[in-house]
Design a protein around this ligand. Structure first.
Ligand code: NAD
Length: 245
């Protein structure tokens, strides 16, 4: 099995690449930068992605993981920044899907996993185009699943919650780590391995009847709105709930 992982130079992508390799795949690591063996390629550059795809040849699995984000209040986001985020997170995933998907279509098999975020279904204030980009990638996931499903290709999305990585250095602040851990029903932050486990499953034959789905690897935080609010049963009800954990 041959797998391409984008944004594999560090963070979650590097761990996904390692996991697929450990499970026996020949892994092509693609990134702007990264350790030796990484193919330098900007996913937003369609011509560069197409050239790499012809060099790499047939692949069985594509993981669209590369992404960027820029913090700013919405009223201060520049058009250039908004576009830059969409260019990598949406157009980049599309470029790779099209370029590596052609060989999958020819062979009539393949699995694509798009790394979205809990910011796809939920607003993520202060991160400009990020939520919009991940919601668009979720929509693209469904479109690929339906349009290419009859031709043997599955496409699913994995949405991480709060995962400390080099790209999320704000978790270096213990205050942020503690506050976010406390908001998660499973009471911890996620790890790249948590995400890689689910990606490896969706990429494998074990998920051969799963397509068009989004699976959130977030310790339950995307379901926890009611827990964040005062309980109609008062503090006692919350305390009992906490004690039951
Ligand atoms: N870490 C989290 O808490 C979290 C939460 C939700 C979703 N995600 C998603 O998980 C994925 C990985 O995030 P991470 O935290 O590991 O990020 P990261 O910044 O640590 O790693 C991202 C990698 O993508 C690469 N990349 C960026 N632009 C690229 C481009 N144009 N072409 C090729 N490579 C490019 C970077 O060089 C980097 O190596 C992203 O899709 C992100 O949106 C992360």
């Amino acid at each position: 099995m041959k797998a391409v992982v984008t944004g594999a130079g560090r963070g979650i992508g590097a761990v996904i690449a390692g996991r697929l390799a450990a499970e026996g795949a020949e892994v092509v690591r693609l990134d702007l930068d990264g350790p030796a063996g990484t193919h330098r390629c900007d996913v937003g550059d369609a011509a560069a992605v197409a050239a790499l795809a012809s060099e790499v040849g047939d692949v069985d699995v594509l993981v669209n993981n590369a992404a960027i984000w820029r913090f700013a209040p919405l009223e201060e986001v520049t058009p250039d920044d908004f576009e830059a985020v969409l260019r990598v997170n949406v157009v980049g995933a599309f470029n790779c899907t099209q370029a590596f998907g052609r060989a999958m279509l020819r062979r009539g098999s393949g699995a694509i996993v798009n790394i979205i975020s809990i910011a796809a279904p939920l607003a993520d204030p202060g991160v400009g185009a990020y939520s919009a980009s991940k919601a668009a990638l979720l929509a693209l996931t469904r479109q690929v699943a339906v349009e290419w499903g009859p031709r043997g290709i599955r496409c699913n999305a994995v949405g991480p919650g709060f995962v400390p990585t080099p790209g999320t250095s704000f978790y270096d602040d213990p205050g942020v780590r503690d506050a976010r851990s406390a908001a998660v029903p499973l009471r911890r932050l996620g790890t790249p391995d948590d995400v890689a486990d689910v990606v490896a499953f969706l990429a494998s034959e074990r998920a051969s009847y799963v397509t068009g789905q989004a699976l959130y690897v977030d310790g339950g935080v995307s379901q926890s709105l009611m827990e964040q609010l005062p309980s109609p049963g008062g503090d006692g009800a919350r305390a009992a709930q906490g004690a039951a954990r």
